[in-house]
Ligand binder design. Structure first.
Ligand code: CA
Length: 231
């Protein structure tokens, strides 16, 4: 499983979605494809990607209608969305943006241009998802070299604890339920029990612990865990 930002492609033209998947995966993104608007709506209730590539004309529910519905829901109202529109729909692009898409590209588009737009949108809305160095307080996570330091001292984390820390630090302050952590760190299809999340959070805390230093991970009773920006 790729550790990169997760992108959901909603596109019914298979040659195009396959081409997009190939190019996005080679840049380190984790990609999932859904060919119908109604399927995408269901999928997005189960698991949220970091960015949505949404075709305008889709079977089931159209891209424009799906975009409108997503903007009305609390969980998806700020989900980054790039609309893919056909040439004939170009005149309607204002409507696309008015519906809440963050950006749009007109088919046929160049793959490098789309890649650049995906990268630009993620840097704008979720800079921590694409940064190679995450920092908070005295803690530093270098995701290129897999090193974690606290006050300049190297800490030793297992691969799962590393991924867990990375996942929470990308979204500081946000409270994650055990189910959301399972989905984001282990993947939606994992067979792992929610109690396993507690075990790994415990190990992560232990690995991060320094005498006299505060715990960056906050337990929110009845809700889950959060990484505090200021700890
Ligand atoms: Ca289409």
């Amino acid at each position: 499983m790729s550790r990169g930002p997760r992108i959901l492609i909603v596109e019914d033209e298979e040659p195009l979605s396959v081409l997009l998947r190939y190019n996005l995966e080679s840049e380190g993104y984790a990609v999932e494809i859904v060919p119908r608007g109604d399927e995408a709506e269901i999928r997005l209730r189960e698991s949220l990607p970091d960015l949505l590539l949404l075709d305008w004309m889709l079977p089931g529910v159209s891209g424009i209608e799906l975009c409108r519905r997503l903007r009305q829901r609390e969980e998806t109202k700020s989900l980054p969305i790039i609309l893919l529109t056909a040439r004939g729909e170009e005149s309607e692009r204002v409507r696309g943006l008015a519906t809440g898409a963050d950006d749009y590209v007109v088919k046929p588009f160049s793959i490098p241009e789309l890649m650049a737009r995906v990268g630009a949108l993620l840097r704008r809305v979720a800079p921590n998802r694409v940064a190679s160095l995450l920092k908070a307080g005295d803690l530093e996570v270098d995701r290129e070299s897999y090193r974690v330091r606290r006050s300049g001292t190297d800490l030793h984390l297992g691969p799962t604890e590393f991924r867990l820390l990375e996942f929470m630090m990308e979204r500081p302050g946000r409270v994650f339920s055990r189910a959301q952590l399972l989905d984001g760190v282990w993947g939606a299809d994992s067979e792992i029990d929610e109690r396993t999340v507690d075990v790994h959070v415990g190990r992560l805390r232990k690995a991060l612990h320094r005498q006299g230093a505060s715990d960056p991970i906050r337990t929110v009773r009845g809700a889950g865990y959060a990484f505090d920006e200021r700890f």
